[in-house]
Design a protein around this ligand. Structure first.
Ligand code: PMP
Length: 284
């Protein structure tokens, strides 16, 4: 495998950044994960728009211009022969002697990697659906920034894994579901409306979420952007999560209680089915 690190294509096994990179010391950086499907990069424009927003919010400069970044992304995919998989892109404030304040003239560090994912394995998981657990929200209030500071997410997802589940939903003190450790959360109500929490604050505005809203409009589904509680989700007709790595992925159990009949819902599966056609695709 080949990785791109600060201007060079290097063997993945030997790729490294300096010990005083601020990403390493302070989680002072941001990232993106894009899906690659059937030889296309999915929704690259939206991912790079969000990267731009994350960088701006933290006053980190682009490590190169956007056109160059797109060329490097395509090149990393090509060099790794990825037709179906993921691209990971990380930008940190760069390397500087450890100090909380922004360094004066440091160039941001950039790392781009790509890996293959077996689409059949992912399809299989969607056929079976996944289980989620709920955990109290314990993150800071700027989770709209896609920062590499993911310790609460690591702990929550580890806890889910140890409970035999795939995802953990962060839940507010009043019982409303925020989002998953690495995904957005959705339900389908008894009368067929799609419900997902507004993305103005308190969650990451998922690119898959945004594109699924386009898909829902195309399919003529009713959408309610509002909060929902764990109790409402357990009593819903369907529940599912969304992310670039899972796409629309049915949820069949919440904290051990089945959602509806405990089988993947048809709305989630039809959104999953229609996603690729409606998403923006760029040949990789
Ligand atoms: N919320 C969180 C906390 C995430 O980490 C992710 C995945 N990066 C998402 C939502 C889903 O975002 P996207 O659809 O852009 O992958």
């Amino acid at each position: 495998r080949i990785a791109y690190v600060n201007g060079r294509y290097v063997a993945h096994a030997e790729a490294s950044v300096h010990i005083e990179d601020r990403g390493y010391q302070f989680a002072d950086g941001v990232y993106e994960v894009c899906e690659v499907a059937r030889g296309y990069i999915v929704d690259m424009k939206r991912h790079l728009d969000r990267l731009d927003r994350s960088l701006r919010e933290l006053s980190i400069a682009w490590p190169m211009n956007r056109a160059a970044m797109e060329i490097v992304i395509v090149e990393v995919i090509r060099r790794n022969r990825v037709k179906n998989g993921l691209v990971y892109l990380q930008v940190t404030r760069g390397v500087a002697s450890r100090d909380f304040l922004f360094p004066a003239d440091t160039r941001p560090s950039v790392v781009i990697t790509a890996k293959k994912v077996d689409p059949a394995a992912l399809a299989k998981r969607a056929e079976n659906g996944i289980k989620v657990i709920t955990v109290p929200e314990n993150r800071w209030d700027r989770v709209d920034i896609k920062s590499v500071g993911l310790l609460p997410n690591v702990l929550a997802k580890q806890k889910a894994n140890e409970a035999g589940a795939h995802e953990a939903w962060f839940v507010d003190a009043d019982g409303t579901v925020k989002e998953g450790g690495s995904s957005n959360a959705w339900i389908v109500t008894g009368d067929g409306a799609l419900v997902t929490r507004p993305a103005e604050h308190g969650i990451l505005r998922g690119i898959t979420r945004t594109t699924l809203l386009d898909v829902a409009a195309k399919l003529g589904l009713r959408v309610e952007e509002r909060g929902f509680t764990v109790a409402e989700a357990k009593a819903a007709r369907e529940a599912f999560i969304s992310s670039a790595t899972t796409l629309a992925m049915p949820v069949v159990a919440i904290d051990g209680d089945p959602v509806a009949n405990g089988h993947p819902g048809s709305v989630a599966l039809s959104l999953r089915q229609a996603f690729f056609d409606i998403a923006e695709k760029r040949p990789a």
